[in-house]
Design a protein around this ligand. Structure first.
Ligand code: SF4
Ligand code: SF4
Length: 304
């Protein structure tokens, strides 16, 4: 985008989450050449991500934790370190969002600048040196007084109530315990009967980060690249291993695994945070209309 007039800060939800800026769909990790060895390919270009919604910012902070653990993922970390993020509080409510239930209707960390539309103007707050540098061009703009801060608080309160297009009865904090008892619940088979294994629910999810690593040799047969591409646990080949074995070959097993990732497995890696931010993209994207986490966890909370 080159013109400020093309900016739409009032959008309801993007089709894809901003994860692609940190973990592109197709990303070269290294290039190699016979006789010369290999060279890591690491992106170091600074960039600005403008207009990220709070629930997506929460997802980015979760991914920051995932990709920094252990040896860390230099490709992700480098992109993240080069990003300046401007979050904008939600103006228009998307069809399937439930961030109001997930505590992600607003966000307090991770961003450099926060924009909140208050009475037809934007209240701007910076959190970091990068944010302050961005805001230095606004030197003539008056400081917000207490009244403006109170109005912003009202925007947050309103969003907490508005971003609830689906009524979640099972508190997110109960999800790990619900799953503890749910491995043989009939819901997995019932829902998965309609699943096309298309993987759309994975691809649109801001907290799905699985990838596959592949090597490609160029036509010259002496050089090539190692790259990674997005993968998804709902795809039939995701759990295929050598010997043509697939340890999650049934739709129901894959469907169940996805909810265990969101409510139990990933939370166990990131201090108990639920790995669903309530963006609702999976609900919208699923043509079979079976990918609604609210429906699943409400059902688990209601017994069988
Ligand atoms: S599981 Fe669905 S609602 Fe939750 S973060 Fe992923 S796409 Fe959004
Ligand atoms: S989007 Fe729906 S149909 Fe496609 S894999 Fe996910 S649950 Fe199955």
């Amino acid at each position: 985008m080159t013109k400020a007039t093309n900016l739409r800060l009032d959008y309801d939800v993007t089709i894809l989450p901003p994860k692609s800026f940190f973990q592109p769909q197709n990303e070269t990790l290294l290039s190699f050449q016979r006789g010369k060895g290999y060279r890591s390919v690491i992106e170091t270009e600074p960039f600005l991500l403008l207009g990220v919604h709070p629930y997506d910012m929460v997802a980015i902070t979760q991914m920051d934790e995932i990709f920094s653990q252990g040896n860390g993922d230099v490709h992700y970390v480098s992109r993240r370190q080069n990003a300046t993020i401007v979050v904008v509080d939600v103006e228009n409510v998307s069809p399937d969002v439930f961030a109001g239930h997930m505590g992600t209707y607003k966000v307090e960390e991770g961003w450099d600048v926060l924009l909140t539309k208050v009475a037809d103007q934007y209240l701007v707050e910076s959190k970091t040196e990068r944010g302050a540098a961005l805001m230095s061009s606004l030197a003539d703009v008056p400081d917000a007084d207490q009244g403006w801060l109170e109005m912003r608080q009202l925007v947050w309160e309103r969003n907490k109530g508005r971003l609830r297009r689906h009524e979640l009865e099972a508190e997110p904090s109960t999800w790990p315990d619900l799953l503890e008892e749910a491995y043989d619940h009939p819901i997995w088979e019932e829902k998965a009967k309609l699943c096309f294994s298309c993987g759309s629910c994975n691809l649109v999810c801001p907290t799905c980060y699985c990838f596959d690593v592949r090597d490609e040799v160029h036509w010259d047969l002496v050089s090539g690249e190692r790259f990674r591409v997005w993968d998804g646990c709902m795809l039939v080949n995701f759990a295929k291993v050598s010997g043509n074995l697939n340890f999650r070959k049934d739709e129901a097993a894959r469907y169940r695994h996805r909810y265990y990732r969101k409510g139990k497995y990933v939370p166990s890696k990131i201090g108990g945070q639920i790995a669903c931010v309530g963006c609702g993209r999976c609900i919208t994207a699923c043509v079979a209309k079976i990918a609604n986490p609210v429906e699943v966890f409400n059902r688990l909370a209601g017994g069988r």
